[in-house]
Design a protein around this ligand. Sequence first.
Ligand code: NAD
Length: 291
Amino acid sequence: MKIAFIGLGNMGGGMAANLAKAGHDVRAFDLSEEALARAVEAGCTRAASAAEAVTGAEAVVTMLPAGKHVASVYEADVFPNAAPGTLLLDCSTIDVATARSNIEAATANGLVAVDAPVSGGIAAANAGTLTFMVGGTGEGFARAEPILAKMGKAVIHAGDAGAGQAAKICNNMLLGASMVATCETLALAQKLGLDPQKFFDIASVSSGQCWSLTSYAPLPGVGPATPADNDYKGGFAAALMLKDLRLAMEAAASVDADVPMGLKARELYEAFVEADTDGRDFSAIIKTLQG
Ligand code: NAD
């Protein structure tokens, strides 16, 4: 299948490479020459522009920074050049409102579009083990599923247009709040004189168990290997967590939802990201809670 892939950054690079590895004819484009060269090295075909990548493609995957980038690539390059019925898969994390309006505009242009954001970081993008949460029609999902399966370990139909983005930001709001709670709890346990590994062993099999503690413990030497063991390098950058928490707060305001824990997590990550010049993993927020 001829697939256009636009946005070959940290995530898109590995994803496009996996589509090429699976035998697809991947026409790749990125504004960055370096990113484009890496994709060509990984088996993709170089396109001179997004418009050229889209022309003649049966599917178009986008993996771009934010909603405004996706909307402008759709308007300027995809809608004028995509053949009727072309499938659009936007895997970027963007706001729910823009995801919905992009899909509406695509439908009005005779195309079939889904939002398909991912869970999993750069390592999962490279390994082809992402989780995709898909919003769109049954037809859109049926056509998107086999393509996404080449880049992930799970592909789930979340609901109608925008439902993928809604699921993604709800998941990450829960993750952000649970990471802050895990960090302050570990800091308290230490101050109360508990051995953090002992507390980890107890809470991981008690009612305090959660992914942020058991699978992603924010203290070095505690639990499985995590970014904490590598001076908080790699993993999921705190700035990306902040981006998702901001999107969650925007979405919550749009439906008048009360999200006090999500709001507190956003405030704490805002302060942390502003002060942290090293671009560390989001679990490094424990540093600000240890006093
Ligand atoms: P990135 O900044 O590394 O990559 C984005 C790429 O898009 C860049 O290479 C940039 O040059 C390109 N680009 C921007 N505008 C363009 C345009 N008009 N035409 C062509 N190319 C353009 O970002 P990333 O880390 O790959 O993240 C991409 C998306 O995935 C974001 O929405 C992010 O929130 C989401 N995401 C990231 C992670 C992660 O761990 N990095 C995890 C899950 C989801």
